[in-house]
Write a new protein. Structure first.
Ligand code: CDP
Length: 237
């Protein structure tokens, strides 16, 4: 497998083509961004920590029967993935109220959500990733009803698997965002799963161990990501 040219570069990852038309290389950079790219910083070790974290989670999900784009980790900061056609819809599940939900509805941060909520957002930075629904996704051709049903089902399966995994490390999976794509006709999980795209709290103190440390300027961002990794048995040197 040979890495060829850069296909595109996002806020935290760059994507490269390879000599295999079905495979891409994801390069996890040290760049951190929040508030639709308005806050930006470079955080040492972030690319490596997120790449190793994501590889571990994607493998766990595959073992549990979730189809993902992940093929293998190539280096500290690079992984090989299947080239999918991305579905421009973000799926968010919440087990505990935080972030956008608290702002939008005025509910108290930290209350348990039973059953967990499921929300859709359009992947569009310029418009600030607006909230959408299944009707809008179908009408505008962002995803078919069948794809949306599969995305929802897979997103809840991931919740079941990861809530338990993080609980074993004494953490609460507060909420998370997943992205999907289509590979050879099937809906599969894409993008990454790392503390950049979810909220994780210490189960006892409720200390924030995720990207909210960056958003809120709490410091110790990568140290927290490394702590999360350590607690679920990931070794990063
Ligand atoms: O992150 P923010 O408070 O703006 O939005 P949210 O709707 O509360 O986010 C719910 C979860 O999805 C959080 O874990 C976010 O980190 C994640 N998310 C993400 O990774 N990327 C986005 N574009 C939006 C949300």
């Amino acid at each position: 497998m040979e890495k060829r040219q850069e296909l595109y570069t996002g806020k935290a990852k760059s994507v490269y083509t390879t000599d295999d038309p079905d495979l891409l290389v994801l390069h996890f950079r040290d760049d951190a961004s929040a508030f639709d790219g308005k806050k930006k910083e470079s955080l040492a070790r972030k690319g490596k920590v997120n790449n190793i974290f994501n590889a571990f989670i994607m493998q766990r999900l595959e073992e549990a029967g979730i189809p993902t784009h992940f093929e293998k980790q190539l280096s500290d900061t690079e992984s090989l993935v299947k080239k999918m056609e991305m579905i421009p819809v973000e799926c968010v599940v919440r087990n505990i109220a935080a972030g956008g939900l608290v702002k939008r509805l005025g509910v108290e941060e930290g209350i348990s959500l039973n059953p967990p909520t499921f929300e859709l957002f359009l992947k569009n930075d310029e418009k600030g990733d607006p909230m959408i629904n299944e009707s809008l996704a179908e009408t505008f051709g962002w995803a078919t009803p069948e794809q949306l049903a599969e995305m929802k089902s897979l997103t809840f399966k991931v919740n079941h698997i990861l809530k338990q995994l993080f609980a074993e490390g004494d953490m609460l999976l507060v909420d998370y965002k997943l992205e999907f794509g289509v590979f050879k006709g099937d809906v599969i999980l894409g993008d990454e799963f790392s503390p950049d795209g979810c909220r994780l709290w210490d189960a006892h103190t409720r200390e924030k161990l995720d990207k909210d440390r960056f958003r809120q300027g709490l410091g110790g961002v990568i140290e927290a990501y490394e702590e999360v990794a350590r607690r679920i048995g990931i070794h990063i040197d």
